[in-house]
Write a protein that binds this ligand. Structure first.
Ligand code: NAI
Length: 329
């Protein structure tokens, strides 16, 4: 039996984790969940939102499913997510954005995969106050990090039958930093002649995404990736359905895009779909494709029958939605 770390989070985390664990169990797949608490709820007892035991568990099991955790504001703790990405060198942030059946959105047939570089760019956190009225942030782009994220995007395209990888930069203005990212992309692309190349400036991309979102795989430096992946989440129905994964050479953490939603905590209202889709992608990552397909079909059938949670305009509670997915298996 495969052991997977489960960080069940706080806020709505435990509610949606329970739903997802129940659905996976109902599929017939047995997973030994190594449950690890993290976030705001453990600070008092353990002095940190990300105790070492959580990192040790992921290092042992190589794969984790993570529900959202609250980052306490102004208490000097680093975000659990940022720290996990850094400590485990999870350099690729993968966000597939695909329309779900019967979930009404502005466009049909959106099927975009956003591949965001996760370790550098303005997120390197190198900032200084020059004087009282001036602050400065430094944007770091290296060939090494650009090369591995571009390779990740092309490899993903090959493995998943995708046709095109589009490189997104602002290289006309940031000629050195974004220029280096683009140059690296062009070099990597030479190793993948079967995949179409495309280059676009980030401002033009945003306009096209809201007018005609016909893109395939996008590869972007960290900051553009952050913004564009939220835009793409909006194209398919918003936070309740937006899945994600942080992947490195040795470890992978699958998690929804949304946060711990304290405003609806404990109300049995949260949509478990984003965590479920993240879990389905995790099952594919560990080679459990048959179960992943089975659960995905049951999820789609549930939407086709018009059953959905309040955030998508429905009336189902978290439990009712999860039970419906199980019933549709
Ligand atoms: P949020 O994503 O938690 O909530 C934004 C809005 O979307 C809220 O109205 C919420 O009710 C709704 N929402 C989110 N997920 C939903 C779901 N599954 N079903 C139905 N409605 C849903 O963002 P917010 O409020 O900015 O952050 C709350 C906390 O979460 C913060 O402490 C933040 O740091 C943390 N956070 C954690 C993340 C993670 O663990 N990966 C990611 C983003 C935020």
């Amino acid at each position: 039996m495969r052991t997977v770390t489960l960080i069940n989070g706080d806020g709505i985390g435990p509610e949606i984790s329970k739903a997802v664990v129940d659905i996976i169990k109902a599929s017939g797949l047995e997973i030994d969940w190594d449950v690890q608490t993290a976030g705001a709820d453990v600070i008092e007892k353990e002095g940190t939102p990300l105790p070492q035991r959580v990192l040790d568990s992921i290092k042992r099991n190589k794969v984790a499913l993570k529900a959202p955790v609250t980052t306490p504001i102004g208490k000097g703790f680093r975000s659990v997510n940022v720290q996990l990405r850094k400590d485990l060198d999870l350099y690729a942030n993968l966000r597939p954005c695909k329309n779900l059946p019967n979930v009404k959105t502005r466009f049909e047939n959106v099927d975009i995969v956003v591949v965001r570089e996760n370790t550098e760019d303005l997120y390197a956190g190198i900032e200084r106050q020059v004087d009282a009225d001036t602050a400065e942030s430094i944007k770091i782009i290296t060939r090494k990090a650009s090369d591995r994220i571009c390779r990740f995007a092309f490899d993903y395209a090959v493995k998943n039958g995708r046709k095109e990888v589009c490189c997104v930069t602002k290289a006309n203005i940031m000629k050195l930093s974004d220029g280096l990212f683009l140059d690296t992309y062009r070099n990597v692309a030479k190793d993948y002649p079967q995949i179409k190349q495309r280059e676009i400036l980030v401002d033009n991309l945003c306009m096209q995404l809201v007018q005609n979102p016909s893109f395939d795989v996008l590869v972007l430096p960290n900051l553009y990736g952050d913004i564009v992946s939220d835009l793409c989440a909006g194209l398919i129905g918003g936070l309740g359905v937006a899945q994600g994964a942080n992947i490195g050479l040795d470890y992978a953490v699958f998690e929804p895009v949304h946060g711990s939603a304290p405003d609806i905590k404990g109300q049995n209202k949260a949509n478990p779909t984003a965590l479920l889709l993240s879990a389905i992608e995790m099952l594919r990552y560990i080679g459990e494709n048959t179960y992943a397909d089975k659960i995905e079909k049951a999820l789609f059938r549930t939407f086709e029958k018009g059953i959905c949670t309040v955030d998508l305009g429905g009336t189902a509670s978290t439990d009712e939605f999860s039970d419906a997915v199980v019933a549709n298996m």
